[in-house]
Design a protein around this ligand. Sequence first.
Ligand SMILES: [Zn+2]
Length: 122
Amino acid sequence: MDTEQARERLIAERDRLTQVRDAATRLSTPAQETAERELSSADQHPAEQATETLERELDLGVLQSVESELTEVQAGLERVEAGTYGICEICKKPIAEGRLEAMPAARYCVEDQAKAAKANRG
Ligand SMILES: [Zn+2]
């Protein structure tokens, strides 16, 4: 694994996620202002209200997942600096190149990621 390439890939991913986060933040802010305005108006339509609540929850869901992805990318950059990037944290074997291309912040190899996902599901 080329360290410089890994760093560039992670920085590109961080930039992309930061843009998504900013876009999600812009989307969720006007929704809140609308909700506050509507609280003072007497004839609210319950269905419209429910839709707006759902939209806000989706925005928050996007923000939360982008924030956690950004944390992972940052951790990946730290592993590049530490010289442990591309090494599975569980079995200590190299993670496949194709997997790192698709998921630059991957901590685990495909096998251990599958085991971890299974464990999380209970
Ligand atoms: Zn592994």
